[in-house]
Design a protein around this ligand. Structure first.
Ligand code: FES
Length: 372
């Protein structure tokens, strides 16, 4: 699959280079034409869209911030969006998605963005990045993506933000931007960490709250206060049912918050959420699991439905392309040639025939063959 993709990428790259040069006899138009071709070029697009590493700042012993200066082809972002970083790891091109923790205003003022990243103890990339990256190194950077943003139509609505762990990063961006815009919309942020003192950006968040009377920041820790519960919201944000809710954090927090808000009659269109971490595999189906045949590598796995097809394939040494691992970026799109899968993000069952699926959010419902 990767050979075919590389070949077709280079054809597309050559095509749009010739197209742009034919128009203006200059490479410069490539910067404008390239976004049209990005769905086809993927990594080729990263050869143009790059960022320089300006600094690495440790926020705690588990979280570091990359300060990046995107090049001129980068088109900016809205607070709450994320980017893909493309790095070479063990000779393989590897993509990972990270939320932008700084504000659009900082990008306009200084030309830099910040990605705050928690080291995943079992992960390959997040522990390796801060050691491997060099100052002023050039890194592949996608355009900003994602719709976890405050839309114009909702800008004046009162807000409840519920964050867990590293899920604070998009809220830091949103709140910092709101201060820069003098946007005084009534906002309550309820932020959960495991223990007292483990809240990321606590000083910066408290400073925002002190300087902005309409913003309240509530720092709770599950060790002392327990997990999210209605009494927390009743105490700290009694009118939570009347607000737009924005949720970001691990899947357990998102699921709990959505259930709680639904139980209290909050309408679905008032609730916006972004998952952090692996997509939840929460399959309540007697059909879950089956034999997974990997066509390209010739391997097969007996899956029990407790983890995604991406995890299953990687467990036997296959290396399908992947990025966010939460069903957002579509980098793990792969051809299923037969069998039925469940999309754990949408709850949709596939047909049994050939079709493209997202490996990171698919589990087999019976025997499945995929082109990986
Ligand atoms: S890796 Fe991003 S959608 Fe699967």
């Amino acid at each position: 699959m990767s050979i075919t993709q590389t070949t077709s990428n280079s054809l597309w790259q050559r095509a749009y280079r010739q197209f742009s040069q034919a128009l203006v006899n200059s490479d410069s138009l490539q910067h404008y034409v390239e976004p049209l071709f990005q769905p086809f070029t993927q990594w080729g697009g990263f050869s143009q869209q790059r960022a320089q590493l300006e600094a690495i700042r440790w926020e705690s012993d588990q979280v570091y911030t990359l300060v990046l200066r995107p090049n001129k082809t980068w088109q900016g972002f809205a607070a709450g969006q994320f980017v893909e970083l493309g790095v070479e790891y063990n000779g393989a091109r590897t993509l990972r998605c990270f939320s932008i923790s700084s504000s659009p205003e900082q990008f306009q003022r200084e030309g830099t963005i910040e990605l705050s990243i928690r080291v995943q103890p079992e992960g390959k990339i997040t522990p390796w990045l801060p050691q491997a990256l060099q100052f002023s190194q050039s890194i592949g950077l996608s355009q900003a993506m994602g719709d976890f943003v405050i839309e114009d139509a909702h800008k004046k609505h009162k807000r409840l933000m519920i964050a867990g762990g590293s899920g604070i990063t998009p809220f830091r961006s949103m709140l910092t931007q709101a201060c820069a815009d003098s946007d005084c919309t009534d906002t309550v942020l309820v932020y959960y960490a495991s223990k007292a003192g483990e809240h990321l950006f606590a000083d910066a968040l408290n400073e925002i709250a002190q300087n902005t009377p309409s913003v309240r920041v509530v720092l709770l820790d599950t060790e002392r206060h327990g997990r999210l519960q209605a009494s927390h919201l009743q105490q700290h944000c009694p009118d939570f049912c009347d607000r737009d809710s924005y949720l970001c954090g691990p899947s357990g927090l998102i699921r709990g918050a959505r259930d709680l808000l639904a139980d209290w009659g909050v309408a679905d269109d008032q609730v916006h959420f972004e998952l952090f971490g692996s997509a939840p595999v929460d399959v309540d189906s007697a059909d879950a699991g089956g034999r997974v045949q990997l066509r390209q590598s010739g391997k097969s796995i007996q899956a029990d439905g407790s983890r995604s097809l991406l995890d299953e394939a990687e467990s036997v040494g296959a290396r399908p392309q992947s990025g966010c691992r939460i069903g957002v970026c579509h980098q793990c799109k792969c051809r299923k040639t037969s069998g039925v899968v469940l999309n754990t993000r949408t709850g949709a069952r596939s047909d049994s025939g050939p079709e493209d699926i997202q490996l990171c959010v698919s589990v087999p419902l019976g025997d499945v063959e995929i082109d990986a």
